[in-house]
Design a protein around this ligand. Structure first.
Ligand code: HEC
Ligand code: HEC
Ligand code: HEC
Ligand code: HEC
Length: 159
């Protein structure tokens, strides 16, 4: 296209922009899911899809029916805020329809499961019990190279 006159480049630029806008609107219309919720900005069908998945985690209340004692023990001490499943794995791997179907995870051989939360890091609140260099030295004076659960009970870690 060649237009005469000093404003030809502006006409071409406007034509390109209008073309791009048109292409954008067409593509947007085609690829937007039909259930799109413009008010809260999410795909409406996603709700049904997510609720169709089977729950893997039951929460601490789901353990109480069969493990009342442990639940009471945990509730009294400073690990009360923890989820059983953060240490023992998902309920769905252990119980199905009220019957035990598989062993829950019991890690009685590594310190990693404790250091996962207690490893010292500057980003943690100062009053959180952290296993920093000083504490490691104190602990080694008691007994070097022992795993955490040799001295701390996981459900009641009170030293
Ligand atoms: C901080 C990690 C942690 C949390 C949180 C935790 N446990 Fe445990 N649990 C362990 C470890 C480690 C053992 C193995 C203890 C051992 O061998 O000395 C264990 C053992 C058990 C056992 C085997 C029997 C026993 O008492 O030794 C059961 C049952 C159990 N836990 C249930 C639970 C339930 C229910 C909860 C939540 C109310 C829970 N646990 C929370 C780490 C945890
Ligand atoms: C329907 C009953 C039932 C529920 C609910 C249940 N358990 Fe168990 N659990 C058992 C039975 C039965 C055993 C084996 C006997 C025992 O140690 O008491 C067991 C054993 C365990 C053990 C020891 C390791 C093993 O597999 O033998 C742990 C740890 C455990 N359960 C954790 C949990 C956690 C955490 C929850 C909640 C997310 C939970 N359980 C929910 C019935 C249940
Ligand atoms: C999922 C995170 C998490 C894991 C895993 C965890 N802890 Fe804790 N621990 C906590 C929290 C949260 C507290 C309470 C902090 C508070 O009260 O400010 C705590 C408190 C403690 C305390 C202080 C108790 C007191 O009475 O002074 C000790 C000791 C401790 N944990 C040891 C352990 C040991 C040993 C393990 C491994 C078996 C472990 N923790 C695993 C989160 C965790
Ligand atoms: C040999 C026994 C022993 C072992 C092993 C051990 N602890 Fe301790 N822990 C103690 C004693 C005793 C205390 C209380 C004295 C102190 O504060 O230093 C304590 C205190 C703590 C505290 C401070 C609690 C608070 O309220 O400030 C934390 C956190 C802790 N231990 C975490 C761990 C972790 C994580 C491991 C594994 C890497 C571990 N401990 C291994 C005996 C032990």
């Amino acid at each position: 296209m060649s237009l005469p006159g000093p404003k030809a480049h502006i006409v071409r630029l406007v034509a390109v922009l209008v073309g791009a806008l048109f292409a954008f609107l067409v593509i947007k219309e085609v690829v937007t899911p039909s259930s799109w919720n413009y008010k809260d900005w999410y795909r409406g069908d996603a709700l049904a899809l997510n609720s169709s998945y089977e729950a893997a985690y039951g929460g601490n209340q789901s353990c109480v029916t069969c493990h009342e004692e442990v639940n009471q023990e945990l509730a009294e001490f400073r690990h009360q805020a923890l989820s059983c499943e953060s240490c023992h794995g998902a309920l769905a791997d252990h119980v199905k329809e009220g019957e035990k179907i598989g062993d829950a995870v019991v890690d009685d051989a590594s310190s990693w499961q404790c250091l996962n939360c207690h490893d010292a890091q500057v980003s943690k609140p100062a009053n959180f019990p952290q296993f920093d260099k000083e504490k490691i030295e104190e602990h080694q004076e008691i007994e070097p190279d022992m795993i955490c659960t040799a001295c701390h009970t996981p459900h009641d870690p009170t030293p």
